[in-house]
Design a protein around this ligand. Structure first.
Ligand code: 5GP
Length: 205
């Protein structure tokens, strides 16, 4: 063991003596070698620094791009909502009529004689189900509700709770009704959004 240690010490002393960084034994050629060695190191460090700063700029660019696309998506939703609102009171059938008549397929979660619940095509949470009255009866939006609609409104809320139970989120879920263009309603057939399956934030946007 002692022999190995002393041989290691000797070889390390020899290496240091030969090393170009040994100030006592530094011939001109070695100094040249050292200065030519330091230059690429400096360049390398400069390059590394440049790379890091450009990575930061790149990251900043990505963040700005993401923020801009979020803003543009919001503008798209608002524009679509405004366009849909122009047709709101025309009485024209909506996409939901085609879903009720099964002309357009949907993933149905719950159905009874008065309501239909199906998964949203563009889910905003792991569980996102729309609950709609089968008969619109003037309920293009909640803002048009009248006393005669009390029964169906209660029925829709109760159906939302059944959906939450079926989807295993009854311990924590949200029911949203967008009413009118300002609230970004895009389909003018009253519908309740049942959302859950993740921690939901408050306030909403
Ligand atoms: P609003 O914006 O009017 O409150 O909600 C309308 C919802 O209907 C949106 O979340 C949208 O994704 C959903 N939706 C629109 N068209 C369809 C469709 O053809 N099928 C399904 N399942 N959902 C739809």
């Amino acid at each position: 063991m002692a022999a190995v240690t002393s041989s290691l010490l000797r070889s390390s002393i020899t290496l240091r003596a030969l090393s170009p960084f040994n100030p006592l034994k530094r011939p001109n050629s070695t100094r040249l070698f050292q200065s030519s060695f330091q230059l690429p190191v400096r360049q390398l460090l400069a390059e590394l620094f440049r790379h890091l700063t450009s990575s930061v700029s790149f990251l900043r660019f990505i963040c700005t791009f993401r923020a801009m696309s979020r803003v543009s998506a919001t503008h798209d939703e608002e524009a679509a909502a405004r366009a849909a609102a122009t047709e709101a009171n025309s009485g024209a059938p909506t996409i939901f009529d085609k879903i009720i008549s099964k002309e357009i397929p949907s993933s149905i979660v719950y159905e009874d004689e008065k309501v239909l619940a199906f998964r949203d095509i563009n889910p905003q949470a792991p569980v996102h189900v729309l609950v709609i009255p089968k008969l619109r009866d003037g309920l293009t939006e909640l803002g048009k509700a009248e006393p005669r609609h009390e029964d169906i409104l209660g029925h829709l809320l109760h159906a939302s709770k059944i959906v939450a139970e079926k989807e295993g989120i009854v311990d924590g879920f949200r029911v949203v009704i967008n009413s009118g263009a300002t609230a970004c309603q895009s389909v003018y057939h009253l519908h309740l959004h049942v959302l859950g399956g993740r921690q939901l934030k408050w306030p909403p946007g």
